[in-house]
Design a protein around this ligand. Structure first.
Ligand SMILES: [Zn+2]
Length: 229
């Protein structure tokens, strides 16, 4: 057997890859695992690739799914996370309105403060629920549009509320801005190069309901769209 000069030592077999344990196979329901492949060119260059593929452990089912390059999976996952983040322009508009309101606000008038608090907290809850709706459910286009329309109409009523309220305390601003930051940070994580952070984020958003099929990653519909039904 030939020995190649400079051939790297074998990698540990179970080297932890970021997206292991996150995704199931859309065809057979088995977990998606990672596999390292080394390609050596004639000029001596060595390329390491990571592929994700179905473990194909089911004995009663011949899984037809192909493997997917790590970079491609990362790209798709990023785009899924990005879809559920609060769009930057919405966040900016909400923040602008909040700041405007903050500036215009006068020191406390108890009744108004109470009313203001109630409205802001109800607004925050609505936004929270909207976000949760995105996160918990399959993100298909009609649903997304519906949610978007809801948010926009919510925004209009927010504007009205903001204008009509002229006296309030300002202790709502920081929590509200924090909420905006959280909802927006998903967008940053989506494009972050820290794949483990991305995995944690994806797990939080999609739970164990991500499927890989036909080289495409997607959230499972109702968590039961694989052949396990
Ligand atoms: Zn499979």
């Amino acid at each position: 057997m030939l020995k190649f000069r400079g051939q790297p030592e074998r990698k540990p077999q179970n080297e932890l890859q970021p997206f292991c344990g996150l995704i199931s196979c859309a065809s057979c329901g088995m977990m998606i695992t990672a596999e390292n492949k080394t390609k050596r060119q004639k000029n001596g260059n060595v390329h390491e690739y990571t592929y994700y593929r179905c473990t194909k452990k089911r004995k009663d089912f011949k899984c037809p799914e192909m493997s997917l390059r790590s970079e491609e999976l990362d790209k798709q996952l990023s785009s899924l996370i990005q879809k559920v983040s609060l769009p930057k322009d919405w966040a900016e508009e909400l923040n602008r309105l909040a700041l405007q309101d903050y500036k215009n606000s006068a020191p406390s008038l108890t009744a108004c403060v109470e009313e203001k608090k109630k409205k802001i907290s109800s607004l925050s809850e609505k936004l929270e629920r909207l976000l949760t709706g995105y996160l918990d459910q399959v993100i298909d286009q009609p649903d997304y549009c519906l949610q978007k329309a809801k948010l926009l109409s919510e925004k209009k009523s927010l504007q009205k509320e903001m204008t009509s309220l002229s006296h309030k305390q300002n202790d709502w601003l920081a929590p509200f801005q924090n909420w905006l930051k959280d909802a927006q940070s998903l967008d940053k994580i989506a494009y972050d190069s820290d794949l483990f952070a991305k995995k944690v984020c994806a797990k939080e958003i999609f739970g164990s309901h991500l499927l890989l099929g036909e080289k495409t990653i997607r959230p499972a519909e109702g968590g039961a769209s694989n052949s396990f039904g």
